[in-house]
Each structure stands twice: as C-alpha cells, then as structure tokens.
Design a protein around this ligand. Structure first.
Ligand SMILES: *Cc1c(COP(=O)(O)O)cnc(C)c1O
Length: 401
C-alpha cells in the first residue's frame, strides 16, 4: 500500500509533520508549545477523550482540586490564562446577571465597566492585556506613569463605575516603581473594588490569594505542565460569575473535557512533584553551561535569578564584540543550527540572552553547550553574525506561507 505521511507512524511526530526538532531553552513560551506536559496529565487526557461527561460536574470536581491547591474558595478551568482574565473581568461587571452576560460587550452603561491597571503592568504576552478588558466592553483605566505608580494614582482612579483592579505579576511588567500587591489590594478593598491577579507564569499557587486577591489567574500549560488551559481561583461568588461567562463572551474560549481533566491531573501532580529534584536537575544544567561557556572567548556568563522570584535560575550570556557575534546574531545562528536551539531573547537588544533550563529533555543541555561552543570556535562567522535586532512583522503577515 502507498503510504501517506500519516502512516509513517514510526517516525517521531515532529518529523512526520515536517516540523523542526527545536530545543527550547527559552522558557515556557506559548509560541513554542509552552511546556512538557507531565505524564499524569497526558494519561488523564487520553483516558477521558472517548468518554462522555457532564461538563458542569467535571468543572465542579476541578473547582475542588483548584480550591485545595490554591486555598481559594472555588475555581474553574478556562481555555487559557488570557481567557481567564477576560472571564474574570466580565464576572466583576455582570455578577450572575444572565442577560448582562449575554449582552456583553454591549449595554455596559448600567454595569460597572472600568478596570484599573497600573501603567507599568500593561503588558504584551503575545496579546495585549488591555484587550482582555476591552473585549468585555469595559475600559482600561491606566494608573500612574510607566515607571511610577503611587497609592493616589490608584485611589483617585476609583469611582462608582470601577468593576475591578487588575494586577499583573510577570517578568513582562516594569519591575520597579509599581505598587506591591498588598498595597494595591488595600487601596481597592477600601473602596469595595475586587482585585484580579494575572499570575499566569507564577509557581506560587497560594501567595496572591493570601495577599488579598479576590481572583487569581494561572496558565495550566506553563510551570504546571498541563494541557493548554487557564485556571481561575478565588472568591466563590466571583468564580461562579466567571464560570457563567461560558454562556457569553467565554463561549468562544471553550475548554474541552480533555483539558479540564488534564489540568486537574497536572495540579494533583504538582502537589506531590519532586520540586527539589527538579531544581537540582536544572542546577546541574546551569553548572554545566556556566563551566563550559565561561571558557569561550567573547562571552560573559553568569547565573541570574528569576525576576519575579519563581524558584528558577537562568544563565545570562552577554555576547561581547570580540566573539564576532552580536547577541542577536548568535541567537539567530543557534536557531538556524542542527538541531535548532531557541534561546530566551526578549532583551537581546541589550546585548545578552538567557538560557532557561526548565524545559529540557535529558541530555539536551549538552547539545546546547556544544552548539554554542561550535559557533564560537569555528573560523568563519555566518552571515548576519553581527546583525542588530529588527522588529519585523513580515513573517507574521506572510503566514501561512
Ligand atoms: C503567558 C502569560 C499570559 C497568557 O497566558 P495563556 O495561558 O497563554 O493565555 C498572561 N499573562 C502573563 C503574565 C503571561 O506570562
């Protein structure tokens, strides 16, 4: 029988689909498939896939697991953290008003329809966060300046139309000059305004609720190693109102049974995961990179902690001119190599990039070290080795070509 690509099933899936076998030292990037899904979640997803379930009951079970892990009163699973933010914002606008839920994003004049965000928290994680507010028909009220927010900026922005305060915990935000979460919560709560925390990429499942958040939103597919999903946890009345958005703006963000079951399993696995063992494995990759890359001429290498205090260190590689590369040029050369290696390059215009050890398959740390050494030790430099980064949308606009 002639074989179609799908029948070549003895090939690894990336080869079968014609995809590059990238090594991810970039972090939990959704554009790279986020994370390595843990075996417990894969098994739960496979098991539930052919079964029928009553989705409200499945989400009720998920609520109990989320409550147990986060310390919140209740919770639900969404398609992504971005949808969790939108559904949380909508919850603070509509409550359990079923007609208002159906009418969003219109007819918001009689609802509270303003959401306060510190200007330094207006981030882009692939989409812009204020769109998660605007898509509900609400307005983002930006408090403070890009580098300073004071209590009065937030307090004076609150009025009778304020639905919520949105607080972002992420490496994307300005890391200084902003109010701390307890400060932000105190100001909002003094005027009866609930606080939603975007903690999509954070390890700590309890801290933000403990610090007074009314709702907290996590990604299921980042450090948790679950399927693509989001988790909303917190005050029961707001969780209920958020879940009801599945009849409204949440419908187009629907999460399937496989993701709900998968993220429940990932949460349970997180609770018993050998966090120290994982940290030790990440540390040994960092040690290997630090030792081997420090000997290369033109690189300055050091270990740096995670900017939002997740228990995770990374290697920062400063690429000096005597290496014959710019940081951007070296990152591009690594991505063009065999196998392609994708580094953490969001600050590459500052002359450095990072290696993130949290998504490595066993042995990949050696390949990364060897490829970097090879590029620096070879005599020639590839074209574009000194290229400065250019922000280009050309390839996005060409897709699917
Ligand atoms: C990744 C991220 C998101 C988006 O998460 P998804 O689950 O991919 O929608 C939102 N906020 C922050 C701070 C993030 O890091």
């Amino acid at each position: 029988m002639p074989s179609t690509p799908h029948q070549l099933s003895n090939l690894p899936i990336r080869e079968r689909l014609g995809l590059r076998p990238i090594i991810n030292v970039s972090g939990t990037m959704t554009t790279l498939g986020a994370s390595i899904i843990v075996p417990e979640a894969i098994q739960a997803m496979a098991e539930i896939a052919p079964q029928f379930v009553e989705m409200d009951d499945l989400q009720r079970k998920a609520s109990a697991v989320i409550a147990k892990l986060t310390g919140g009163e209740a919770g639900f699973v969404t398609a992504s953290a971005a949808s969790g933010i939108a559904m949380s914002v909508a919850a603070t606008m509509t409550g359990t008003g079923l007609l208002a839920i159906e009418r969003l994003p219109d007819d918001t004049e009689r609802l509270k329809n303003e959401v306060i965000v510190q200007l330094g928290h207006v981030v882009n994680y692939g989409g812009v966060i204020d769109q998660s507010i605007r898509q509900c028909g609400a307005k983002a009220i930006l408090a403070g300046t890009v580098s300073v927010a004071q209590a009065y900026h937030v307090a004076d922005a609150i009025n009778e139309k304020t639905a919520a305060g949105l607080y972002v915990v992420a490496h994307h935000t300005v890391q200084y000059g902003m109010l701390s979460l307890p400060e932000f919560v105190e100001i909002c709560h003094a005027k009866g305004v609930p606080v939603i925390v975007d903690a999509a990429s954070e390890y700590d499942l309890r801290r933000f609720l403990e610090e007074g958040a009314d709702l907290v939103v996590y990604s299921g597919h980042k450090f948790l190693g679950g399927p693509t999903s989001g988790i909303v946890a917190g005050r029961k009345d707001l969780v209920r109102a958020g879940y009801l958005q599945n009849r409204g703006i949440g419908r187009g963000m629907k999460v399937g049974k496989e993701s709900v079951a998968g993220v429940m399993a990932a949460l349970e696995a997180w609770a018993v995961r050998d966090h120290d063992g994982i940290r030790a494995r990440e540390q040994s990759a960092l040690d290997l990179w630090l030792t081997s890359l420090s000997t290369l001429k033109g690189l300055a290498v050091r270990i740096v902690p995670d900017p939002t205090n997740n228990p995770l260190d990374r290697i920062e590689i400063k690429v000096l001119p005597e290496s014959g590369y710019s940081a951007n040029g070296l990152a591009i050369a690594l991505a063009a190599g065999t196998p392609p290696i994708i580094v953490r390059n969001h600050e590459v215009e500052r002359g450095h990039f990072f290696l993130d050890p949290c998504n490595l398959h066993p042995g990949e740390e050696h390949i990364v070290a060897e490829q970097i050494a090879k590029l620096l030790n070879q005599k020639e430099r590839p074209e574009g080795a000194m290229a400065r980064p250019v922000k280009s949308t050309a390839s996005a606009l060409r897709w699917p070509d």
